[in-house]
Structures are given as C-alpha cells and as structure tokens.
Ligand binder design. Structure first.
Ligand code: MN
Length: 138
C-alpha cells in the first residue's frame, strides 16, 4: 500500500498557547498587518484532536485548507467537515471553532482581518464532549 503523501509547504512554526487551543497546534506566520494590509495571514497546523477554543472575529476570517482534514463549526449548527483544498469564509462576530479530527491532522492558512487592533476574541475551550460529538458523526 502506498504511504500517504505529505506535502509540507511551510514549516510548522511555533506551538500555540494552551490558553486558546486544545492539543498541539502550531503557527507559521506568513503576513503581518501593515500599512497596506488590514489582516494577518499564517499557516496553522492542528495535530490529531487539536482545535481552537470557541472564538469570534470582529471582521471575519478566511481559512484555506492546505493539508489533511478536520472540522469547522459555528455555534448551534452542525459541524462542516473540511479537507485539503476547501475554503471557509467566516462571517464577522460568529462564534465558531476549527481544528483537526480525532484521527487526522489538518493545516489551514488563516487570513484574519483586524478591527483596530483586534482580530479575535477568545471564548471557552471546545470540550471533549463537544469535539467527540462532531468527530463521531463522520
Ligand atoms: Mn476562527
């Protein structure tokens, strides 16, 4: 059986804080906010089982999945399974999380707009119960 091919476009970067992420997640920054760009962009890698806390973005966010598969879920809605090549356009001020599945890792580019100096408001962790309910649907 052919081994699953892994393309690594960017380095994994530095591990993200357990204050806002569950499990092992990493960020490799690509673009920082400057006089022309009212956003930042970075490649975020979630190892199996890793995910963001629930959170909102004041001006929305775009995710482009470049490796693996995982989930995107808005509060009160069914989770959306996402995989390499998928694009998620997240509206402003909508509570949501994104991350890997229980059995796969996932890397997405995140393009996140700023409102003044704020691009995210972090909320509670996605509990194991919430996460398992999603990953066991699929
Ligand atoms: Mn987000």
């Amino acid at each position: 059986m052919e081994e699953e091919k892994k393309t690594t476009i960017f380095p994994k970067g530095d591990q993200l804080s357990s204050e806002w992420f569950t499990g092992e997640a990493f960020l490799f920054p690509l673009v920082t906010k400057d006089k022309n760009n009212e956003f930042s962009a970075g490649a975020v890698t979630f190892e199996m089982g890793a995910r963001t806390n629930w959170h909102t973005h004041p001006r929305g966010q775009v995710l482009i999945v470049i490796e693996g598969s995982g989930f995107y879920q808005e509060k009160g809605k069914s989770a959306r399974a996402i995989k390499k090549g998928d694009v998620v356009n997240i509206p402003e001020n909508v509570e949501h999380w994104h991350g890997a599945s229980a059995k796969t890792s996932m890397t997405h580019i995140a393009i996140t707009n700023f409102e003044e100096d704020t691009q995210v408001t972090w909320l509670k962790p996605v509990t194991d119960e919430e996460f398992n309910e999603v990953t066991n649907q699929k």
